[in-house]
Design a binder for this molecule. Structure first.
Ligand code: SER
Length: 641
């Protein structure tokens, strides 16, 4: 069965059970500056899981594009990928365990056709410290489901992953209790790692048994959470009903379900082959690489998988308008393509073939992801450009490398250096890597080719230089957009105060559901994301403009109060978002007209103008558009013409 088919079946199945099918959000979250990429299906839905009403209702389903940058180096085994699709369904205070578990199980058995004998499940054993009970309710539901299919339903206590490896599993066992490191889900992981304000809950995971032999390198005995490859997690139903507070865990106002299942993994299970690269969504690229390289996949698993994964990741990223660059998300696209070039070279794939591999990815996915059809040319051109540019960098890097060597050969008479085996000073290597973009592995390889030893001491010194360099650029990036401001120049500050007035006007004309979801201000314009389910009509935008311009025209004052965060948070006249990013002591900015009318009161780090007459120009909304699901974006200027 194909991945495209399973995606369709899942969405249709969920639709049949009353879910609104929503489109995948972009890979780059628009309203969540805490993370670079969308890494799970629930991420774009956090505001709704926390209680906000979703315009499409209380039952939602989708197939969300996800990217996990932290897995780049892991790619190469049979299941890690950077990009993947997560099938997801959500209950926003609607159904709970009694519906969720039977639905997913029925989907797997009846729609995907998995053998019930090969399906195993895990449940949460409870956590006294967090005051969360054992999930006996899920166990009862699973037992009933298994009995109805005539398969064993034995329950086992596993505890931690390690304990599970010692105990192993006995015949007839199918339901396994694990601790919070395995059966608790939040964006921050275990209960004790969650910051105050974060939501999470116990979960129940489903595993597919590929029946391969246990590899003792992963523990004495096999069990569902063992990493030897026999079991693959194919779905996770999170019962999101807890909020972490200062005092411990509190129940959220509603019981939510957050389900996520890897599309590639479910497809691999359907095909009975644990290698996700053999499914229809990835195999065409593997076949193409076989043809281009004249090598077999079976003999070169790692290189084939890296190239395939990285090209697919780059296609989806560029399809979401993230072009290769040195900054932020773009850096990862660059890294994917550059790593792919290195592996492609090792396999002897001719230069210039990447756009053809990209074409095959697009052809596989475009029926579901129309943006890929629309962006086809951009994607292929950007990939071709990056491949070419990187090849030039490599050539130049090699020349620099040789230049460095011609200097270094003079050292050959230096007995001490010889003894230490350090022919190349760490500073030169650091420069090759940072200034000339010559990859570190290539430095090592080229050195070996020339009989030069680069010992551990050299690399430790290079790493220290690189770490220092990274620290500096990170600090630079943090400075760059502090509080959404490009800098603190006069014009940026004028725009910042105007943004507060605009948010107040949006709330005045559209309603109290409007909150800030993101902000990015330069000296030329403001860009503001806010929670609102639909397009704002031009007439309303005009009214908002007038309201803001009238407020500015009063020439009123901006005042600052400092107060405890808990006080501000509980004051209904104070508007604020991202409370968790503020310290315990916060600033509230109030904008008041000359006649005493309060226009705006908002939590903010500043800075602001002190008098509205300092704002120069006429406030004009240039554009209003969708930013992501449930979030709109406004671009506006202070026009001086
Ligand atoms: N949030 C859960 C996960 O990512 C289920 O969607 O696994």
């Amino acid at each position: 069965m194909s991945g495209n088919e399973i995606r369709q079946k899942y969405l249709a199945f969920m639709e049949k059970h009353g879910h609104a099918v929503i489109p995948s959000a972009a890979l780059v979250p628009e309203n969540d500056p805490t993370t670079l990429f969308t890494g799970s299906g629930m991420q774009p839905l956090v505001p709704y899981l926390m209680g906000e009403a979703h315009p499409k209702g209380a039952r939602l389903a989708d197939s969300q594009k996800c990217f996990r940058a932290e897995d780049i180096e892991e790619v190469g085994d049979n299941r890690h990928t950077t990009f993947f699709e997560m099938l997801g369904n959500w209950s926003l205070g609607d159904y709970f365990k009694a519906e969720q578990l039977p639905w997913f199980y029925t989907f797997l058995v009846e729609e995907v056709g998995l053998d019930p004998e090969k399906i195993y499940v895990t449940v949460f054993q409870g956590d006294e410290d967090a005051n969360v009970p054992r999930d006996e309710e899920s166990v009862a539901i699973w037992k009933e489901l298994f009995a109805a299919r005539g398969v064993s339903d034995g329950v086992a206590e596993m505890g931690s992953e390690e304990a599970g490896g010692v105990r192993g599993m006995q015949d007839g066992e199918r339901i396994f209790y694990y601790d919070a490191s395995k059966n608790w889900w939040s964006r921050a992981g275990k209960p004790e790692n969650m910051p105050v304000g974060e939501i999470g809950g116990p979960d129940s995971e489903v595993f597919y048994d590929f029946g391969t032999e246990h590899d003792p390198a992963f523990g004495e005995n096999c069990h569902p959470n063992c990493d030897c490859g026999r079991f693959l997690e194919i779905g996770n139903s999170v019962f999101m009903e807890y909020l972490k507070t200062e005092a411990g865990f509190e129940k959220l106002p509603t019981q939510n379900v957050d389900f996520g299942g890897g599309l590639e993994r479910i497809t691999a299970a359907a095909n009975g082959d644990a290698d996700v690269f053999t499914i229809d969504l990835l195999w065409p690229v593997i076949e193409q690489i076989e043809e281009l390289s004249g090598s077999q996949y079976a003999d070169n698993h790692e290189a084939f998988r890296v190239i395939t994964d990285h090209i697919r990741g780059a296609v989806f990223m560029i399809g979401d308008s993230v072009l290769p660059s040195n900054a932020e998300q773009g850096y990862f696209v660059r890294r994917l393509l550059r790593r792919a070039v290195r592996y492609a070279d090792a396999l002897g794939i001719p230069a210039g073939e990447f756009p053809n591999l990209a074409e095959s990815v697009i052809a596989t996915y475009e029926a579901h992801y129309a943006n890929l059809t629309m962006q086809r040319d951009t994607v292929k051109t950007a990939i071709a450009g990056e491949e070419e540019q990187f090849r030039k960098t490599l050539e130049k890097g090699l020349r620099e490398f040789n230049k460095t060597l011609s200097v270094l050969t003079q050292w050959e008479g230096d007995a001490e250096a010889n003894n230490q085996g350090t022919f190349m000073p760490p500073e030169s290597i650091f420069k090759l890597i940072t200034t000339h973009g010559f990859p570190r592995e290539l430095v090592a390889e080229e050195a070996v080719k020339r009989g030069i030893t680069l010992d551990d001491r050299t690399w430790t010194a290079v790493d220290a230089l690189l770490a220092e360099h990274q620290e500096k650029s990170r600090a630079g990036a943090e400075q760059k957009f502090k509080g959404g401001l490009a800098d603190q120049s006069e014009k940026v500050v004028e725009y910042h105060t105007t943004t507060h007035l605009m948010l107040a006007a949006l709330r005045h004309f559209l309603g109290e559901h409007v909150h800030q979801a993101g902000s990015n201000i330069t000296g030329e314009r403001l860009r503001f994301d806010f929670t609102h389910p639909e397009k704002v009509e031009r007439e309303t935008l005009d009214e908002i403009e007038t309201w803001v311009n009238n407020a500015i025209a009063t020439g009123g004052d901006v005042t600052i109060e400092t107060m405890a965060k808990s006080v501000a948070e509980n004051d209904p006249t104070v508007e604020g978002s991202f409370w968790d990013r503020y310290p315990d002591e916060v600033k509230v900015y109030t904008i008041t007209g000359k006649d005493g009318t309060i226009f705006s009161r908002e939590l903010c780090g500043g800075p602001h103008v002190s008098k509205l007459e300092d704002i120069k120009g006429r406030f004009v909304i240039k554009k209003e558009e969708s930013s992501s699901a449930g979030v709109r974006r406004i671009k506006a200027v202070l026009a001086t013409d």
